[in-house]
Design a protein around this ligand. Structure first.
Ligand code: 2P0
Length: 340
C-alpha cells in the first residue's frame, strides 16, 4: 500500500470570483485575489491510500461515506492528476489500483466558510504527493475543476486566480503574488453569524447571476480588471487603507450583483449588515481605516485587521455585539488574542 497525507487551508477572497464562462471546466468571467490562512487555522486534512487489495474507490468526508465515482468534479480532479502522473513516468504502482480517500475539515463544513476550496485543494495536492508529482502550475488548473476557489488554496499568502483566455482552461491558473511573510501582521477574524447551510449555494447563485444580472458583465469587464491592479499595488506596498477600501467595495459589489440576480439571492442578513455598519463607524471613530470586512455567499463576516489593532477592535466588537441568543456574533478562530 502507498499513502500520502496533506493539509490545505481555507482562502478568503478580497476581489471575488463570481460567475463562470464555462461550467464544466470551471472557467471564471473575471480574475480574483485572495488571502490564504495558515494551515493550523481552518484547513482540510486528507489521506489518500492506494492498494492492490482495494476493490473499489471509496471516500469519507468527516467520517461519513460520500459518493466517489458519481462525483464528476472529484473524478475530473483524479483523472487530471493521473494524467500528469503518466506524463511524468516512473510510477511506483499501477494507476489501476483503487483509492481510499479520507478527508476532515477542522471547522464546520456547513458554515459556508470556504470548505470546498480547502477540500479540493487538499485532495489534488495529496493525490499529487501520492503519485510523486511536484507542486506546479498545472495542479492549480486541476484543483480549479473541483471548485473554482480551490485553485487559490494551493498557494499561501496572497494569490491571484487569472481568468485566462484559452478555451481549454490551460491558462486559468492561480499565482502566488507574495508569501504570507510579506505582510506578517495581516490577520483575519471570522464573525460567525449563522452556521446553517445556505439556501442558494455559490455554484447555483453565480450561474443565475450570469444568466439574469444586468450588472455582472460590467463588473467583470470594467470594474474588476482595474480593481485587481489597484489591489496588487496595495498589497505590494502594504497599504492597509487602500487594501481595506478595495476589499469592502468588492464585497459590497458581490452582494449588489446577488441582489440584481433575478430572483435575487440574499446572502447577508441583518447581523451581517450590522457588522458592515459597525466597521465603518469604528473606522470613523478611530479616525483611520483600521478594519475591513468581506462577506462571501453567506452571512458570516470576515474582518481584516493588522495585529496591533486586533485587541481594540475585538473589545469594540464585544460591546457592539453582546453574545445573546438573538444576535450571536462569535469570535471563532484566528490568532492568539492579546489581553484587552
Ligand atoms: C470567492 N466564492 O472568490 C467567491 C466569493 C464565494 C463568494 O468562490 O462553483 O465554491 O465550486 O467554482 O468556488 C465560492 O464558489 O464555486 C466562491 P464553484 P466555489 O471565493
Amino acid at each position: 500500500m502507498y499513502s500520502a497525507t496533506c493539509e490545505a487551508p481555507v482562502n478568503m477572497a478580497l476581489v471575488k470570483y463570481w460567475g463562470k464562462r464555462n461550467e464544466e471546466l470551471i472557467l471564471p468571467i473575471n480574475d480574483s485575489i485572495s488571502m490564504t490562512l495558515d494551515a493550523n487555522e481552518m484547513s482540510a486534512k486528507t489521506t489518500v491510500a492506494a492498494s492492490e487489495s482495494f476493490k473499489q474507490n471509496r471516500m469519507w468526508l468527516n467520517g461519513e461515506v460520500v459518493p466517489f465515482e458519481d462525483n464528476a468534479r472529484l473524478m475530473r480532479c483524479l483523472e487530471g492528476v493521473q494524467r500528469l502522473a503518466l506524463a511524468n513516468g516512473g510510477l511506483k504502482f499501477p494507476l489501476s489500483w483503487k483509492l481510499h480517500i479520507a478527508s476532515y475539515n477542522n471547522f464546520p463544513t456547513a458554515a459556508g466558510l470556504a470548505s470546498s476550496a480547502a477540500g479540493y485543494a487538499c485532495l489534488v495536492y495529496t493525490l499529487a504527493r501520492l503519485y510523486e508529482i511536484p507542486m506546479n502550475e498545472q495542479l492549480t488548473t486541476i484543483a480549479r475543476q473541483g471548485s473554482g476557489s480551490a485553485c487559490r488554496s494551493l498557494h499561501g499568502g496572497f494569490v491571484q486566480w487569472h481568468r485566462g483566455i484559452a478555451d481549454d482552461g490551460s491558462d486559468s491558473i492561480a499565482e502566488q503574488l507574495v508569501t504570507a511573510e510579506h505582510w506578517p501582521n495581516m490577520h483575519m477574524l471570522i464573525l460567525v453569524v449563522n452556521d446553517a447551510r445556505k439556501k442558494t449555494g455559490s455554484t447555483k447563485g453565480m450561474q443565475s447571476a450570469v444568466e439574469t444580472s444586468t450588472l455582472i458583465q460590467h463588473r467583470a469587464t470594467t470594474i474588476v480588471p482595474q480593481r485587481i491592479k489597484e489591489l496588487r499595488t496595495a498589497i505590494q506596498a502594504r497599504d492597509f487603507k487602500t487594501f481595506a477600501e478595495l476589499t469592502m467595495r468588492d464585497s459590497n459589489q458581490l452582494h449588489a450583483i446577488a441582489l440584481d440576480t433575478y430572483p435575487p439571492c440574499v446572502y447577508m442578513n441583518e447581523v451581517s449588515h450590522a457588522i458592515v455598519n459597525f466597521v465603518h463607524d469604528y473606522n470613523e471613530s478611530v479616525g483611520e481605516v483600521k478594519a475591513a470586512y468581506t462577506f462571501d455567499a453567506g452571512p458570516n463576516g470576515c474582518l481584516y485587521v493588522l495585529a496591533e489593532n486586533v485587541a481594540p477592535l475585538l473589545a469594540a466588537i464585544q460591546v457592539a455585539f453582546p453574545n445573546d441568543a438573538q444576535q450571536s456574533v462569535e469570535y471563532l478562530k484566528g490568532i492568539p488574542v492579546p489581553p484587552v
